[in-house]
Design a protein around this ligand. Structure first.
Ligand SMILES: NC(=O)c1ccc[n+]([C@@H]2O[C@H](COP(=O)([O-])OP(=O)(O)OC[C@H]3O[C@@H](n4cnc5c(N)ncnc54)[C@H](OP(=O)(O)O)[C@@H]3O)[C@@H](O)[C@H]2O)c1
Length: 272
């Protein structure tokens, strides 16, 4: 069984990984991989109204198995007026072939509509039983603080990889934990654009030492503390199985430190 993380203060546990669906190349392969993921215990699927065709693929993949999965989807800020949010959610539900989503996120905040208005729509949708939990994405600490004035948010989905793990773990995570907000992290594998030079040499050296692959080392590092849900995307069943095995290894403290050192980025990013 995959390690699990509590969706903060909800009593609900989720797998340490979620499967992403952005930018699908081959819809049939993605559909098969989602089904395989659920079979393998990866039952949290991340999608968004913005990911063209993805909600439909998820809908087909989970047909007849809705109760087995936790679906996260997102509304775009341009649609996030009170009425627009409700309309977007209704469209997502149709594409997903379901009558509720587990977690609904504001994809990012751009000021098109006041945050309070969007959160009011989220609260309404919760009352209606159309979303179980509300959350946000790409929110800084200040923006999370603002959102909490209006509604209980349980999740902030942010970029999380070896390039920004210090900022996420050092600043965003302590704040989120204090407030009962679980972080989930996207782009853990850099969308397949792997690092080069010394960084890749270190990852390769460590992967060889443990008989792991580079993606496994990276995912192992990002899940080592079991505090952030890591969302990777793959359309390939062999990659899926490879990634799911990554928490089975324990790297030595020295090897974690070596990775941390070679990927140190000192400047502050967008979240703080
Ligand atoms: N909230 C937001 O603003 C936001 C932004 C970006 C992404 N997201 C979510 O997060 C998910 C993950 O991020 P992402 O899709 O951008 O990037 P990612 O998961 O970092 O990388 C996906 C890429 O890695 C490859 N890959 C996966 N496992 C591999 C393995 N074991 N070996 C070699 N290649 C492997 C995949 O190709 P194959 O298919 O060939 O395996 C794919 O090209 C998205 O799909 C989306 O659901 C959210």
């Amino acid at each position: 069984m995959l390690p699990e993380i509590e969706l903060d203060k909800t009593g609900e546990n989720l797998p340490v990984f979620a499967l992403g669906t952005w930018d699908v190349r081959d819809p049939s392969a993605m559909e098969r991989t989602i089904r395989r993921a659920i079979d393998e215990g990866l039952w949290h699927i991340d999608t968004a109204e913005m990911y063209e065709g993805a909600e439909e693929i998820v809908g087909r993949a989970v047909k007849g198995r809705r109760d087995e999965v936790f679906i996260t989807t997102k509304v775009m800020p341009q649609n996030a007026s009170f009425k627009g949010t409700i309309t977007s959610l209704e469209r997502s539900l149709r594409r997903l072939r379901t009558d509720y989503v587990d977690l609904y996120l504001l994809h990012w905040y751009d000021g098109t509509y006041p945050l309070g208005e969007t959160m009011e729509a989220f609260a309404y949708l919760m009352e209606e039983g159309k979303i179980a939990y509300a959350g946000v994405s790409n929110f800084s600490i200040g923006e999370m603080e603002e959102a909490l004035k209006y509604i209980r948010i349980v999740n902030n989905q942010i970029e999380y990889n070896l390039d920004n793990f210090r900022e996420v773990e050092g600043k965003l995570l302590p704040y989120a934990q204090e407030k009962g907000i679980t972080l989930s992290g996207y782009l853990p594998l850099w969308r397949g654009r792997w690092p080069s030079g010394e960084k890749m040499d270190v990852l390769k050296g460590i992967s060889q030492k443990y008989g792991m692959t580079v993606p496994q080392v990276v995912l192992n590092f990002l899940t080592r503390h079991r505090k952030v849900i890591v969302i990777f995307k793959t359309e390939r069943e062999d990659h899926l199985l490879e990634n799911l095995r990554s928490p089975e290894f324990t790297l030595s403290e020295e090897d974690y430190a070596l990775i941390a050192e070679v990927f140190s980025r000192e400047e502050e990013g967008p979240y703080t």
